[in-house]
Design a protein around this ligand. Structure first.
Ligand code: SF4
Ligand code: SF4
Length: 397
């Protein structure tokens, strides 16, 4: 406003600003309100009531030393009591500074205004799909997710949900269950996204992808949409990579992976399983012009303590891979044998995975050991919930 005023110029006859002794509220979450600056343009009212459909604002009329004055205030004493969702729509449209967000960092505007979107590694437009899901438009919500990644079902179940950690609502009470909304949308997907999903005509060019995990499949998806002929090679007998072989199936069922990989196949992508690529020159010799290597991080780490290498000490990825392939405690003894009942080191994401996976086929007790208090751990609350289900007969800590 100052810049505009300087540019346009203010005539000397313009009356000076006279505060009308209206309330100035600075003790509510996120927003400051100075009703003296309100010009009753009602933009905030439209944003809140008509666009957001919340309806926690109304026009107020008061007597001031300068006569009758109208401004837009809240329907109850506070924003919280009025049912405010702190969506920021009103603040964004207020032209005078009567409504301001004190938590905004002007130097990192988008990041501080939409931290969930900034925190998402894929850059998904979180507010847009959350709003569509809230309106029951699940297919449209999935279309928004698919603008950035082709696996909403897998991500809706397995993502670490950095968006939730950044959610502004978490500063007020609890963050929105953003990841679960993605899963709910996927479960109720109408497939409307297919209407907007375009595939270019064949380009006549070939690309190879090594690794049928999330990275390789995403690359295959986008290359195929650009019209290139893509073949995906994987050393395992089926697709999904760490989504299938590194995440327990009670969190990401194989059917979900098959369904989403099926969409990649529908674009014409070919798969060659049980195929380990040892030499890239062979691929170039077969006419592939580009090769993407997406083999993931499949090795487990060790604690670096005495006994790390003893028989029966198993790292998390090795155990989960064997469990998915049905190679744990098989009758013929050709299997991996974790120590029953087991102790699984760590209470982190990886520790929760084998802990939860381990107790599902067997009835032994699992004890999770960790060096910090369980509340301090880096594991997501949903992981811990899964690993803690008392109905499974597992002791905690
Ligand atoms: S922040 Fe609150 S008052 Fe403003 S538009 Fe959103 S719900 Fe309405
Ligand atoms: S947008 Fe700002 S100036 Fe306009 S009515 Fe709302 S608070 Fe007042």
């Amino acid at each position: 406003m100052r810049k505009i005023a300087d540019f346009v110029g203010i005539p000397g006859t313009t009356p000076g600003y006279k505060p009308a002794s209206l309330p100035v509220i600075k003790d509510e979450p996120f927003f400051d309100r100075d009703y003296n600056l309100c010009i009753d343009c009602r933009r905030c009212l439209t944003a809140c009531n008509d666009i957001r459909g919340v309806g926690c604002l109304e026009v107020k009329e008061v007597e001031t030393p300068q006569g009758k004055r109208t401004y837009v205030g809240t329907i109850a004493e506070t924003l919280v009591d009025s049912g405010c969702k702190f969506c920021q729509a009103c603040v964004t449209v207020c032209p005078t500074g009567a409504l301001t967000d004190r938590t905004l960092d002007p130097a990192r505007r988008e990041e501080s205004m939409v931290p969930c979107k900034s925190a998402c590694p894929a850059g998904i437009d979180v507010p847009r799909y959350v709003q569509l899901a809230a309106e029951g438009k699940y297919g449209e919500a999935i279309a928004v997710v698919r603008e950035k990644l082709p696996f909403p079902g897998i991500v809706g179940r397995a993502c670490f949900a950095m968006c939730e950690a950044a959610c502004r609502r978490g500063k007020l009470d609890d963050p929105l269950s953003i990841r679960t909304l993605k899963r709910v949308s996927d479960d109720n997907d109408t497939g409307i996204w297919r209407q907007f999903s375009k595939q270019l005509p064949p380009s006549g060019r070939k690309a190879a992808v090594i690794g049928a995990g999330p990275a390789g499949l995403t690359v295959a998806w986008y290359l195929a949409k650009k019209g290139h002929a893509v073949t995906v090679f994987d050393a395992q007998p089926s697709s999904g990579g760490m989504a299938r072989y590194g995440i327990p199936s009670y969190r990401v069922p194989g059917e979900v992976i098959d369904r989403e990989v099926g969409e990649v196949e529908k674009l014409g992508v070919k798969f060659q399983y049980d195929t380990r690529i040892e030499n890239m020159d062979d691929l170039f010799g077969q006419g592939y012009e580009a090769v993407f290597i997406g083999i993931g991080c499949q090795g487990g780490d060790t604690l670096g303590i005495p006994g790390d290498d003893l028989a029966g000490v198993i790292d998390s990825p090795t155990y989960l891979r064997a469990a998915t392939m049905g190679l744990v405690n098989t009758p013929d003894g050709r299997c991996l044998r974790p120590p029953p009942p087991g102790r699984y080191r760590r209470g982190s994401h990886r520790g929760c995975g084998p802990g939860g996976r381990r107790r599902r086929p067997a009835s032994g007790q699992i004890r999770g050991l960790r060096r910090r208090d369980r509340q301090e751990g880096p594991h997501h609350r949903a992981r811990r919930f899964h690993a803690d289900q008392p109905a499974q007969g597992v002791c905690r800590r």
